[in-house]
Design a protein around this ligand. Structure first.
Ligand code: FPP
Length: 247
């Protein structure tokens, strides 16, 4: 839930009128963060989970309405079994540790993607968190788990076509996992790659893209503030012209 007043936002160097409604993050670079320190990749994932807490908190406090996080892609299923096992364990640990505080802060948790692929313990943990927070009025926190953008689109289109022979864009949008969060305004990718990697393909049609070399475990609120300032400085025209007719 928004906590900061306009004055406080300005003190952070943020423009209260240009806070994105929907932020999406590709949290990349955990493995490389660990390797660079001579640690196992698992230590990078653990550090990555620890970085989440303050980012979710700050996003909510500045008044972002929806935050969608890429935690596990359909392609991540190709990773070695033990790394997948570690990620599943971290996920369960994370929810057990954080759920009460998230709930108190009014965060509404929703998983997007095909959860049925995960071990039952993961499914149950995530479903319980969704159920507990379903009626919360604050930040909509969408966590992509076994998520792929093309699969999401295919699913939405099938559903839209089963409803009508000629669905329009609004009809397809309604069947996306993120229907109640709307289009993404700002997409952040950490870890130095400039790719979209099958994330929210429909929803990012007009998103501002922000790529940073900072690896996810090092992505602090100061880094998020940089991204939000960068967003505020962008000139969003959605393919149109400025009111004065200039491009
Ligand atoms: C990318 O780093 C990160 C992932 C594949 C997993 C991201 C997951 C988390 C941060 C934690 C789990 C989420 C929740 C919600 C508890 P990488 O392994 O691809 O890094 P690399 O590119 O350096 O190898």
């Amino acid at each position: 839930m928004k906590k900061y007043s306009d004055r406080e936002l300005i003190a952070f160097g943020l423009d209260p009128k240009r806070i994105p409604k929907h932020v999406a993050i590709i949290m990349d670079g955990n493995g490389r963060w660990a390797t660079a320190k001579g640690l196992p990749r698992a230590a990078g994932h653990r550090a990555g989970v620890n970085a989440l807490k303050d980012i979710i908190r700050f996003t909510s406090d500045v008044g972002v309405e929806s935050l969608t996080l890429y935690a596990f892609s359909t392609e991540n299923r190709k990773r070695p079994k033990d790394e997948i096992g570690i990620l599943c364990g971290l996920l369960i640990e994370y929810f057990n540790r954080e759920i009460d505080e998230l709930h108190e802060n009014g965060v509404r948790i929703k998983s997007i993607g095909d959860l049925s692929w995960f071990p039952m313990a993961v499914q149950e943990t995530v479903r319980a968190a969704e159920k507990k927070t379903a009626d919360n009025p604050g930040l909509k926190l969408n966590i992509a788990l076994n998520y792929g953008g093309r699969a999401e689109l295919l699913r939405a289109m099938k559903l839209a076509f089963s409803e009508s022979a000629e669905p329009n864009e609004t009809a397809i949008s309604r069947f996306l996992y993120t229907a109640d969060s709307g289009d993404v305004d700002l997409l952040i990718r950490t870890g130095g790659e400039a790719r979209v990697s099958n994330f929210l393909l429909w929803q990012i049609a007009y998103a501002e893209l922000y790529f940073t070399d900072v690896k996810w475990p090092n992505f602090t609120r100061e880094e998020l503030i940089k991204a939000l300032r960068d967003f505020a400085g962008r000139d969003r025209r959605y393919g149109g012209l400025k009111p004065n007719g200039a491009k």
